[in-house]
Design a protein around this ligand. Sequence first.
Ligand code: CA
Ligand code: CA
Length: 212
Amino acid sequence: MENLKAKARSRRKLVEDLHRKSHFEIHEVELLLKLHQRNADTPGKSDKPKIDRQKFADILYEEFKLTDDVLNDRIFRAFDVDADGYLSEEEWVLGLSTFLKGSIEEKLKYTFKVYDQNADGFISREEMFQFLKNSIITQQTEEDPDEGIKELIEVILKLADCDHDSKLSLKDYEQTILEENLLLELLGPCLPLPKYTNKFLSSIGCDVTPLV
Ligand code: CA
Ligand code: CA
């Protein structure tokens, strides 16, 4: 009995914590935790429920129509803050808070993390090249199909590399995106379209703002 009470108490604390740290209401946090539970594996009885990479990729694919394996893996890593290869309840709710309801500042920090593949704090030419090559279909007939991508990288650097060191720092990136929100996903889709966000939220019983 005491045990159950303690469990309920720590559960309530978790829900309140996540509510405070996220854009979700208390009842929405509870709904998201239920969804986490449904999708989680609990390998041993003492383990906390966790969502694995494949399950998360399925959710991105089915719920948000994000179909790019390379980017979906990067999205997983952006959610997986402690890099243990699983999404805990906290990582799930806080990740979704930015993903579904984040401010532009939160979203740009998130997309930066997605694109900064080696997590060194910069988006390098090579990283840009990889993402653009992955998301842009080049003409096979062209003599050098990579030429167009290289040109595009130079355009991006000209636009965003404010301190001219040939790579994008978070500061460069921030400055550029805040000026032009449309560039937020410039290296490939890693956020859901509003219609899928609303569909997802209402399907689990959360409040949604109608799209105008
Ligand atoms: Ca984790
Ligand atoms: Ca990097």
